[in-house]
Design a protein around this ligand. Structure first.
Ligand SMILES: [Zn+2]
Length: 249
């Protein structure tokens, strides 16, 4: 086998049409992280891989690996197409949002496998709950933040250590968790995101969820918490993170 022929397990994060019959595929692989691959002829109905490559699908691929440009797809076989995610609008939207996030992240080489496993676990777990899938997504985002080295902490005010959650005023991006009203008052307003009581309660329950379907989550709280996560990730990654997939919810 040539040095450059590599086999790996990978998720399809994005598929783009290319030339008359080909596709460009952004994979996230267990072994190499992000890989951009050209799949020649896969849009030709006579091609043996025609129709096989779907976004969110998990595949074993054999590629001719190039470091500075697109790699070339040689073989591909399906591990799991995750089409059970498509049975529910919320699930499919959240699964796409996770893929959208991975497309925007840069991963350290040592982290490829754990991020691959995290995405697998997220896609496996989503269809096992009946409602409130958004909570699974937020927990996924908490794990992503923790793997990237900036865990969000919800046990106390991250500045003074105060534990009375009634006095938590917002989420501090600088201090990675709740900030109490006293500490928030002494800092510039751009360092934190102010939250209301229902948002605070939701965030407090995220760390130890028991019965996922047992409570109602308002649309406004979903929007607010999505904004908190997006702003938090953007702050730490020094670039604007987007979740366009979530806009249809
Ligand atoms: Zn404080």
């Amino acid at each position: 086998m040539s040095q450059r022929i590599k086999k790996c397990d990978a998720f399809v994060l994005k598929v783009t049409e290319y030339s008359n019959t080909s596709q460009i595929i952004q994979f996230f692989s267990k072994e190499f992280g992000h890989i951009g691959v050209i799949a020649k002829g896969t849009r030709n109905p006579k091609n043996k891989y025609y129709g096989l490559i779907q976004q969110l699908g998990n595949y074993e691929i054999v590629i001719y690996k190039k470091d500075t440009t697109f790699s070339l797809l040689k073989e591909i076989s399906l591990i799991d197409d995750y089409n059970r995610l498509a049975s529910n609008l919320n699930m499919i939207v959240l699964a796409h949002a996770a893929a959208e996030l991975y497309l925007q992240l840069m991963f350290e080489e040592d982290d490829h496998e754990k991020f691959y496993i995290l995405l697998t676990q997220f896609y496996e777990y989503l269809p096992r709950v009946k409602n409130n899938h958004i909570l699974i997504f937020w927990r996924f985002l908490l794990r992503v933040a923790s793997f990237l080295g900036f865990s969000l902490k919800f046990s106390q005010c991250q500045v003074c250590g105060l534990q009375n959650s009634e006095l938590f005023h917002g989420i501090s991006f600088v201090h990675n968790g709740f900030i109490c009203s006293n500490c928030a008052g002494k800092r510039t307003a751009t360092e934190h995101f102010q939250i209301n009581e229902s948002t605070r309660k939701l965030l407090l329950t995220l760390k130890n969820l028991h019965d996922l379907g047992s409570f109602e989550i308002s649309e406004q709280d979903i929007k607010t918490i999505n904004t908190i996560f997006r702003t938090y990730l953007s702050y730490h990654l020094h670039k604007k993170i987007h979740f366009r997939s979530l806009e249809v919810l």
